[in-house]
Structure formats: C-alpha cells, structure tokens
Design a protein around this ligand. Sequence first.
Ligand code: HOZ
Length: 424
Amino acid sequence: MNIEKSKELFASACKVIPGGVNSPVRACRNVHCDPLFIESAKGSHIKTVDGKDFIDFIGSWGPMLLGHAHPDVDKAICDAAKKGTSYGAPTEIEVLLAEKVCKALPSCDMVRMVNSGTEATMSALRLARAVTGRNKLVKIIGGYHGHGDAFLASAGSGLATFSIPGTPGVPESTVQDTLLVPYNDLDAAKVIFEKYGNEIAAFFVEPCAGNMGLVLPLSGYLQGLRDLCTKYGALLVFDEVITGFRVSYNGAQGRFGVTPDLTTMGKIIGGGLPVGAYGGKAEYMQRIAPAGDVYQAGTLSGNPLAMAAGLVTLNILEKADYAGLEQRVLSFVKELVAVLQGKGLDVQYQHIASMFTLFFTDKPVHNFADVQNASTEIFESYYKQMREMGIFLSPSAFETAMVSFAHTDDDFNYTLDCAKKLKF
Ligand code: HOZ
C-alpha cells in the first residue's frame, strides 16, 4: 500500500512533535509500522491522507460509539459553535448533561465535568484522599487510569505496549502510596486490605479492564471489591472512561449491579470532543470546591461544544439497541476467531457489548500476566496484513477493539474475508 503522504507528514511531525504523535499509542512503534495520517472519517470508515479507506476498529480509542461524523452530533457541534466556543461561565447545557449522566449511572448524584479521563481520575483520587483522610490507593497491575503521576505504576495501555514499568519524572514518593494487585484476584485484594486497610483511600479499577486488551471481571469479583471497600472504609472507584455508556447505557455499574462510591468518565460522554468527568454520592461530591474544600478547576471544563456533542450522543444512545449490537459483534468475533483458528493459530477472545480483544495464546486470559502470554509477534503479523487490506486495528496487542452502531454487516463480512486471506 502506498502511504507516501503519511510518511512525509510523519517525517515532518517527528521534527516538531515528540515521536511524531500527540499520544504514544498512535505511533505504531511496537508493530514496526509508520502511523497513518487521517484525512477524514464517516460512520465506520476512516480515510487516510493517502486516499486509502479503512474499516475502523479503533473508534478514536472509544468515544465514537455512534460512528464518525454522526449528522446529529455534527449539527449540535456546529449550532453550538455559532453561539461562541467558550465563555468561562456556566451554561444550561452543562446542567442538562450532568442531569443525564446522573440519571444513567447508579453511583452518581452529582458530577463534575473536566477535559479528559486523566483529569477525571486525578481529581477522583484527590477527592477520595480528602474524604478518607488516607493516602494510599490500590490499582490493578496492567490497569490504566490516564497519565496522572500516582497511577503510573505497572500501568496498561501505552506503558504496556512499550514495556515501560513506570516513567522518569514521577518521584518515588508519589508512587510509594500506590499498591498493586492482579486483576480478578480477590484473595490478593483481601491480603492488601488486611495489611494496609486503615491507610487505603481508594481502590481504582476499570470494571472491565480495557487497557491491557479487554479482560472481563470474573463472576463475583466486582462485588467482592465492593464488600472489601465497605468493610475497610475505602472508596471504590470505577474507572468507566471506556466502559461508561458502552457496555450498557448505565455503564458497567448498571450492567453488573455493583455501585462504586465514585465513577470516572470520558470518551463517549464527549461525543468525540475532549471531555472527562467524575461523579458519585452527593456527600462526597459536595466536598469539591466551591461547594467544599477540595480544589479542582478548569478554564475549558464544561465547554459548550463538548457538552453539546455529549448531550446529543447520550440522547441517541438512551434509545439505542445495545443488545442487538452486542449480538452482532459477538457473532462477528466468533467467526473471526474460527477463521484464525482454522489457520492453526491459538486464539482466545474477550468480548462484551461492542468491544473485544483477540489474544494469540492457548491459555485463558484473566489478568495482565495471562495477557503477557499472548504472542505479540503473531499480533504484529495480523495487524500488518489486516492494515494492508484496509482494516484499521489498534496497533498494539494490549488494546481493545471498538465497534460502533455504524458498523454494517458488510463491514464485518469484508473484515472476515480479509482474515481468510491471512498467511502466518
Ligand atoms: N485509553 C486509551 C488507550 N488505551 C487512550 C488512548 C491514548 O492514550 O491515546
């Protein structure tokens, strides 16, 4: 495939942007490719500056559940832009979106809008520390909560992709309060609470791990964490930046029937514009300034364009056929796995709603150690060949494929036809 224009832009980008990209996972480094530069996207398709059309399974890493350039979302953004793009003063649409989010998510009486998932998790941690008067947090090995300092220990996403255990620039004193446990291991969580119970402010978990590839919670795991947090007076924080409004309209908390104390959000609630949020019980959220004493602020927080995109997205999703999409994606994933197994490959899959990950291993996958058994070499070959045939996949074995309501049966069938042509 001729990607000369992408290559030229990448060379220019590398001179003025670190690594040529504004977020490391885009760089395609660990699959040893150059990134494709994007011209436009519509529905389930994305087009590069080289004029190549791809079926998109990245979905901007999660936000595009309605597909790209949905006409109603576009209209809401354009209408909002005509009225000005930022005021630094409150607007009605912030209230409407906050009401919508609180109605949808069982844990949220109140919500504060920020600009990214990273900001949301950093702010939720500060609040949890203030509420409990404790400093330690527990996170999952391979869990990812954005790039806030305290979370950058054994993190997933780009850090897993590039095998970076932590990062320079984060003082040891900052991560010394970060305790690590494997996902889906309730015994390990019990041990950590027995040891540090009265020092733990919060247990942060993606209810469906989505940044080590997708790994689903085993039956009883989330409820077990809920019970432990209640017992030891720590706050349970669900990072629903990926799962919120994706695994169900009511998030993972609605789907699994486990209510956290605080929830962090992002991606879908911004309808493709930069938004994050954190919310929870009123007694906790009332601690946030100016209602309370915990400071957190942002010039562009609650930005009217982002609120407009988010509100119209949730309005559409509220009536969307989540169950239908889940069934279609599951059938597609099963067929894809069958095609790959027919080629002699060991493949495991994890799937929920409109997201999935294939792991090239013969062993079941329940945590980050299991994920690391999967072959990155086979993944690289799969990625490169599929990309050559017009399939846009996350360039890492440690990420989650995102499907949208815009994906058609033709998209799935074309992808399966490509898979049938793969050679290993
Ligand atoms: N959570 C996303 C990837 N796992 C973030 C995308 C990014 O880091 O750019």
